[in-house]
Design a protein around this ligand. Structure first.
Ligand code: HEC
Length: 187
């Protein structure tokens, strides 16, 4: 990921006076966003799967609870960006979507309704920073923690999750659903 950071800074310096993004900048930030989202996702899911093997759902949920946000902050610092995973139906209220993120999620949902697959996009946010957004989809591995209660999500798993997250909204998803988005800002 780091190799690309230099290129990115160069582009920020060159283009920082403009109030719109050029095609080239959009390409660069999209490439950088894709790399950061992929790297973060692999690190999260690799560790999550290891915890599942080691101690099943209780240990894996405890891992998400104590490590997901610190991990995204650690990578944010390393990459000089701000990484967030958010959704309309959040598990952790600290991941709640802001107005701009809700707009993007709704845009992705309406594309899905029209059978158009949503893709990563980059635009300037309200703070004037280039901002990368990308869809996060549900696959079969997610369902034991985000599926339908009493079906894929066992009653036991649901109750463990509810002890950490009494206001959990992130259940009832099906394979292929939009779970949420990556929201990465480049300050
Ligand atoms: C072992 C249970 C478990 C599995 C499996 C799991 N998650 Fe989660 N997920 C959690 C927990 C716990 C949180 C809350 C993390 C936190 O405190 O930030 C979470 C949070 C999230 C968030 C952040 C938004 C929110 O709701 O707070 C996203 C996005 C997400 N999960 C997507 C996925 C996807 C996609 C998969 C499958 C590839 C997946 N999860 C698999 C337990 C799980």
């Amino acid at each position: 990921m780091k190799r690309h950071t230099f290129l990115l800074f160069l582009s920020v310096i060159i283009f920082s006076c403009s109030d719109t993004l050029s095609k080239k900048e959009i390409e660069l930030f999209t490439e950088q966003g894709n790399l950061i989202a992929k790297g973060t996702s692999e690190e999260l899911s690799g560790k999550l799967m290891a915890k599942m093997k080691e101690g099943g759902i209780p240990l894996a949920v405890e891992y998400c609870n104590t490590a997901a946000l610190p991990l995204t902050s650690k990578i944010s610092k390393e990459e000089h960006v701000s990484i967030k995973r958010t959704s309309i139906k959040v598990r952790n209220p600290l991941n709640t979507a802001n107005k701009e993120e809700i707009q993007i999620i709704n845009k992705f949902l309406s594309m899905i309704d029209r059978n158009v697959p949503p893709k990563p996009l980059v635009k300037l946010d309200l703070s004037g920073n280039p901002h990368y957004y990308a869809p996060i989809f549900v696959d079969s591995k997610c369902l034991i923690c985000h599926g339908t209660p009493d079906k894929e999500l066992s009653r036991k798993a649901d109750s463990i999750i509810k002890t950490y997250y009494p206001e959990d909204l992130a259940t009832g998803f099906k394979e292929g659903d939009l779970r949420g988005i990556w929201s990465i800002s480049f300050p």
